[in-house]
Design a protein around this ligand. Sequence first.
Ligand SMILES: [Fe+2]
Ligand SMILES: [Fe+2]
Length: 369
Amino acid sequence: MPSLRDLYPIPDIDPVWTVPQDFDAAFDWNYDDGRRQMMHLYQKGKDMQWDAISRIDWEEELDPDNPMGLNDQLSGIYYTPIWAKMSAKEQGWARRNFQAWTISQFMQGEQAALICAAKIVQQVPDLDAKFYASTQVMDEARHVEAYKKLLEKFGVAYPMTKPLQTLVDQALRDSRWDMTYLAMQVVIEGLALAAFSNIRDVATNRLAQQVNAYVMQDESRHVAFGRLTLRDYYPQLTQKERDEREEFLVEACYHMRDRFEARETYEILGLPVEECVKAQNDSGYMKMFRTMLFQRIVPIVRDIGLWSDKIQAAYAEMGVLNFAETDYEQLVKTDNVRAEEMDEINKEKRRAYVADVAALGARGTMAAE
Ligand SMILES: [Fe+2]
Ligand SMILES: [Fe+2]
């Protein structure tokens, strides 16, 4: 298996990234029974572990010119002369890089989630939250594994993009434990869920659909964990402390909406970067996508009680305030159904394979022949 580092088209990247830490690791000597809902979530975290090796059908092939089977019209530069001028071969290479960039950010974000969840295990004061967070650590390790396996099939991978790195750095560096939750469980995982669901629903390649559907099944627990913990904690803070959290949230949301551009890919492809970024920002699909990204964050922010007039005004300006009314439970139910559908398809494939092998044993030929 190749090291992804060998697949980065960008040279001179440090092999490690270190973020200095300054926080207290907390032990809980009470060993209370734990909050009912938190322990329920912990039980689910244990019950619903899955293994990327056995649950996903890795035999599925990817088209090197369009690995996830995406429609070109979804690309930010499809309607520009830049795209029209490219040969079919160049377009294929561009598609592969754009899609690899997206999945790379998913994978890099998963490693960030792994590190943040481990920080939460150490820092959060209550044992029930430590229990739950420890299942998340394992979930995130499995997610890194699944996306890495998917990227190996692309043959191209990208390092973590700077805007994401800035937010992850803040999540880790802040010595207040709830800030790690706010940056990771609310903002990054909220955005990630929206981006994963987009790929799950628009990709025509089944491997890409499966990886995203299965990861999402776990992510909704992670967001629920942030929501449960912060909903208990924020009412205990002063208004000034809550204001600080709201300011951070608004800034992080703008940052991710406005800065999350695939600049690196345009550079690597030798395309005019500013022109491509502008076309991307102006494209109707991207505008819709940037709004949809907030579908999962806004209802959670309201639910954890960071809902002053200021934050509502910021979300109104971003055009995402109406997501506060989203039926979040329904979204989570749909996420589960989609993952289970994938299991059904896999089971059928396996049954067909077993029938084939049995027929081969009986008649010396495959059943389909
Ligand atoms: Fe994850
Ligand atoms: Fe997660």
